[in-house]
Design a protein around this ligand. Structure first.
Ligand code: PRP
Ligand code: URA
Length: 209
């Protein structure tokens, strides 16, 4: 599928296997979410354009390349998306962070918005929306819809685990938005949880269950 990438790098797959394990505690879970997000950022930023620059080393002038002044906003979908922010910031320290608060109504599974705060210069920034779970796709689609109202620049979606249903929904509604995931799982269960997934990402990051 176009604009859909599963990142099968061994480091990502190894860390993901520990993340999924029900025995993994809150501290390690949080660290792994951040580490995987950091590794995924390499691939998600692969298309950033470069400019040629001359850099004077202690020995001679080196012909180098630098990222062409691209400004980035990381937009976590609260709450679980917060767990990915630090990892992305490790790689793109100059990025600003905008927040979208959405929770899934447990009965309808539809996203309900409760918070939004963007950087003042969001219009000038390429957006990377982050959320560990892409289940029905309702939350991601709502976040993309939201962000399209804020910026005409590129919008990317980065998730750790996706269900086919969620990928299809986002891709059908927003085929221009590249989706990056660490794993594409089998299906959703009757409660809208990804199978096999990792359970409730927010609860596991924040220790709320
Ligand atoms: C989870 C997850 C996504 C959403 C995915 O959040 O972090 O935002 O569910 O489901 P969807 O693709 O069916 O919309 P949740 O609503 O549980 O809120 P939380 O992050 O506050 O725990
Ligand atoms: N949200 C989660 O946290 N986990 C799932 O499996 C689905 C939605």
């Amino acid at each position: 599928m176009e604009n859909f990438t599963v990142m099968d790098h061994p480091l990502i797959q190894h860390k993901l296997s520990i993340l999924r394990d029900e025995r993994t505690g809150v501290k390690q879970f949080r660290e792994l979410v951040s580490e995987i997000a950091m590794l995924m950022t390499y691939e998600a930023t692969r298309d950033f354009p470069l400019v040629d620059v001359d850099v004077k080393t202690p020995v001679a002038v080196a012909k180098c390349r630098q990222i062409a002044g691209r400004k980035v906003a990381i937009v976590p979908i609260l709450r679980a998306g917060l767990g990915m922010v630090d990892g992305v910031l490790e790689i793109i320290p100059s990025a600003k962070v905008g927040h979208i608060g959405l929770y899934r109504d447990p009965d309808t599974l539809e996203p309900v918005e409760y918070y939004c705060k963007m950087p003042s210069d969001i219009k000038e920034r390429e957006v990377i929306i982050v959320d560990p779970m892409l289940a029905t796709g309702g939350s991601a689609a709502a976040a993309i819809h939201f962000m399209k109202g804020y910026t005409d620049r590129s919008i990317k979606l980065m998730c750790l685990i996706a269900a086919p249903e969620g990928v299809k929904r986002v891709h059908d509604e927003y085929p221009d938005v590249p989706i990056f995931v660490a794993a594409l799982d089998e299906k959703l269960n009757e409660h809208g949880y990804i199978v096999p997934g990792l359970g409730d990402a927010g609860d596991r990051i924040f220790g709320t269950k």
